[in-house]
Design a protein around this ligand. Structure first.
Ligand SMILES: Nc1ncnc2c1ncn2[C@@H]1O[C@H](COP(=O)(O)OP(=O)(O)OP(=O)(O)O)[C@@H](O)[C@H]1O
Length: 627
């Protein structure tokens, strides 16, 4: 037998434990949901491994969870006969957090208990939630397939370290014993536990057993009381929620199920539960959460939609079951047709899976359409949390471009909120307006105050303001909406088409002609910076602005790529000058022509969100003029 060892928790676990014990009091009951859900996962894993190796069942093929307590010892024990843990697994799984992005998540914690408690809800505390009510936890386990002497006992007080030692354990599976704090003694009640399990774990497909209680009359005049017997009874419905008919499931039950699978404390915004029959038969239960998880931006390992085959849990692989841009969706898919031994590779190729994935995608889109049409406030919440992710769909899912385009929401020059749909915009278009105009910038203020908007403002034309990082990239894939082209105002020459009257057009042409010699001089002076210099009508108050050619890469995207350390081509923008501006008018005759030309260019770059290539030279030039 190996010696007892004392080991330290990984730093992140210690931090998490501190937080759990200090800020999750208000929602104590959740530890039952977390521990029962772990027990149920362990049984799911055993069932899955046993598909290939039936001997793992040993002599106990009926998977179950038992909950019991000992009033005198003040302990509560949750036992499962699932896959169990080896000593190594106990050390690894109960001493570290394997989730990717954990460190970044921990860095976001502020020390403010209330705010952190909210955040921790998004992270999911799992096993460690036991420490909300316990000042010591003992885990005894034996992994299925190992010998009885290869059991393990893990004990911790939930502070810096834990102990592990080898034990002999006849029964396969895991017992988690909580040594309850004094103020958590109210959990030592059959009635209380049953009602919590009913609320949190009714939908778990395994039976959860507790000891039966019976009324015993008091003897010799003493009052009667409930006493615990040796008999066990099943206290949950023990049928998988998604396999029940919709009409038998209450909203409350749907919400609780969501909280268990998503490890979220908040209710979801929407859900959809369907039995799909067609080329392949399956049940889908999909949820749209109300807030983004901490790892939403991690595109490597999306999870959240669990795949079952005829109630047997197979894997948590959202990627096969939904496109990446729907990685915020949580839920369950239960297929009637896939083979039980389906592998990850097979999943990627299976026609059934492809058809499930398409069905899920359509279902999520309809859920969102429904939310947008019938619960605009909830849709606004959804959009604020996940809008930027959904936009990735424009670049990834060409089959659904039209439906996605209708779901987009933007800020615009006429509203402060991110609430304008492309259909709203179209309905407000001016007579003679032929395009949906938009501008991309790094910040809302940068977009709103861009010189490029001046002529649009003057003419009262709405422009959509796009400030999500993904906009530049995603919008490349959206060329039109409902027959109207999308047009970036920072790209190509402005052609307001019918919105410009004849006199304006004529004045512009004349100015271009009259400015020809000046333009040539500017072009020469700025030949290293600008690919062209031309007169524009898009400016009203500003002397100059930068644009890129139609089809060229925008300056903002170019900067973004460079920030991300990616290769980006050198783009030379076009400098457009405002012939009506006093600065431009006196430029030609100025003795400081060269410096002014560079200032004009660098200021246009600043206004657009960029930085002069040589900031010191810029400052020097401006100072020379100010002096
Ligand atoms: N009853 C159990 N039987 C077997 N293994 C368990 C059991 N409880 C926990 N574990 C192991 O410990 C790991 C950590 O559990 P924990 O609840 O902290 O996180 P998780 O379940 O992986 O993540 P999350 O709770 O966010 O889904 C699990 O992944 C599992 O490997």
């Amino acid at each position: 037998m190996s010696q007892k060892q004392t080991l330290s928790f990984q730093a992140e676990v210690a931090q998490l434990l501190h937080l759990v014990t200090h800020s999750l009091y208000s929602n104590k009951d959740i530890f039952i949901r977390e521990l029962v859900s772990n027990a149920s996962d362990a049984c799911d894993k055993l069932r899955f491994e046993a598909l290939a190796e039936a001997a793992l069942y040993e002599d106990a093929p009926n998977l179950e969870v038992r909950v019991e307590f000992d009033k005198a010892a003040r302990t509560l024990t949750i036992t499962d006969n699932g896959i169990g843990l080896s000593e190594k697994e106990a050390i690894e799984n109960l001493g570290t957090i394997a989730k990717s992005g954990t460190r970044e998540f921990m860095n976001r914690l502020s020390g403010d208990q209330k705010a952190d408690a909210q955040l921790i809800g998004q992270f999911g505390v799992g096993f460690y939630s036991g420490f909300i009510v316990a000042d010591k936890i003992t885990v005894e386990s034996r992994r299925a397939g190992l010998k009885p002497e290869e059991g393990v006992r893990w004990v911790s007080g939930g502070t810096g370290d834990f102990e592990v030692e080898a034990i002999t354990r006849e029964k396969r599976g895991t017992s988690v014993t909580l040594h309850l704090r004094e103020d958590a003694a109210d959990y030592l009640s059959n009635w209380k536990l049953k009602s919590i399990i009913g609320k949190y774990s009714d939908h778990i497909s395994l039976p959860i057993l507790m000891r039966k209680e019976e009324w015993k009359e008091g003897e010799e005049g003493k009052p009667g009381e409930m006493v615990v017997t040796d008999e066990w009874e099943t206290v949950n419905k023990a049928s998988a929620l998604w396999s029940r008919p919709k009409k038998d499931i209450t909203d409350e039950q749907y919400k609780e199920f969501y909280k268990t699978i998503a490890h979220d404390q908040q209710d979801p915004l929407a859900w959809s539960h369907n039995r799909v029959e067609g080329s392949t038969d399956y049940t889908q239960l999909l949820y749209v959460p109300a807030h983004a998880p901490f790892d939403l931006w991690n595109r490597d390992k999306p999870h959240g939609v669990k795949l079952y085959v005829r109630r047997v849990f197979i894997m948590d692989d959202a990627q096969a079951l939904l496109p990446l841009y729907m990685r915020f969706v949580k839920g369950v898919v239960d297929s009637a047709d896939l083979p039980l031994n389906v592998s990850r590779e097979l999943l990627q190729e299976s026609r059934d899976v492809k058809s499930i994935r398409e069905g899920n995608t359509r279902r999520v889109l309809s859920m969102l359409e429904d939310l947008a049409a019938n619960k605009p406030e909830d849709y606004a919440k959804f959009w604020a949390e996940f809008g930027a992710v959904l936009k990735e769909g424009l670049a990834e899912d060409f089959g659904n471009t039209e439906r996605l385009a209708k779901l987009l929401r933007f800020a615009s020059t006429t509203t402060d909120t991110v609430s304008v749909s492309l259909a709203d915009y179209k309905a407000r278009m001016k007579e003679g307006q032929e395009a949906i105009y938009y501008i991309t910038a790094e910040t809302a203020a940068g977009a709103r105050n861009s010189p490029q908007l001046e002529v649009f403002r003057k003419k009262g034309i709405e422009v959509l303001l796009m400030t999500d990082r993904v906009d530049e990239w995603a919008l490349n894939y959206l060329h039109e909406f409902d027959g109207t082209p999308m047009q970036s105002v920072a790209r190509g020459a402005v052609d307001l088409g019918k919105l410009q009257d004849e006199t304006e057009k004529k004045a512009a042409e004349e100015a271009a002609e009259a400015f020809k010699p000046l333009l040539a001089k500017l072009k020469e002076a700025l030949k290293d910076k600008a690919s062209d210099v031309r007169v524009t009508t898009r400016l009203v108050d500003s002397p100059a602005c930068l644009v890129v050619s139609e089809g060229g890469m925008s300056l903002q995207l170019n900067r973004l790529l460079k920030q991300m350390g990616q290769k980006a081509p050198e783009v030379k923008p076009i400098l457009e000058v405002n012939a009506e501006h006093p600065l431009v008018k006196k430029l030609d005759a100025s003795p400081s022509f060269h410096d002014l030309a560079h200032i004009l260019f660098d200021q246009a770059l600043l206004a657009e969100g960029g930085l002069p290539e040589d900031p010191a030279a810029y400052v020097k030039r401006v100072n020379a003029l100010l002096a």
